[in-house]
Design a protein around this ligand. Sequence first.
Ligand SMILES: [Zn+2]
Length: 156
Amino acid sequence: MDDESPAPTSYAVDRVGQVSPASRPGKPRTLWWGATRRCPRCGSGNLFRGWFTIADSCPRCGLRFEREEGYWVGAMAINIGATLFVFFAVFAVALALTIPDVPIWLLAIVVPITVVVPVLFYPFSKTIWMAVDRAVLQRLDPNERLDELHRGRNTA
Ligand SMILES: [Zn+2]
């Protein structure tokens, strides 16, 4: 079966997954891709098997997602931050609406947020973290660009 598709014009990737600097997507696009669970380098979707399991690398451009051991701690931090934000936002609104007679059952609504939001947000936290890493953090460090150039079919 021949499923060669025409190369997208928004980026250029060679055999070993190198992206030429001129074709690298800008910050807003990279972050948007992250927010929509897509590859931060080429924008490809379908990165997850099920809700929780991310592929080792991008099916289109070959970007290796877990750049180093402990890499996903950043995603965890983003997930915790998002959960706290939603928790306090909902709590504040609920308090504002019910004060001074705050009902105790309010907790039954607010507390599950700390369980539900991390689960729902989990895949987004990973792609957002990768996008932030690529769009912001790696650009701050010239050595990281070198790392990008030597990436590709690496094994570990
Ligand atoms: Zn990709």
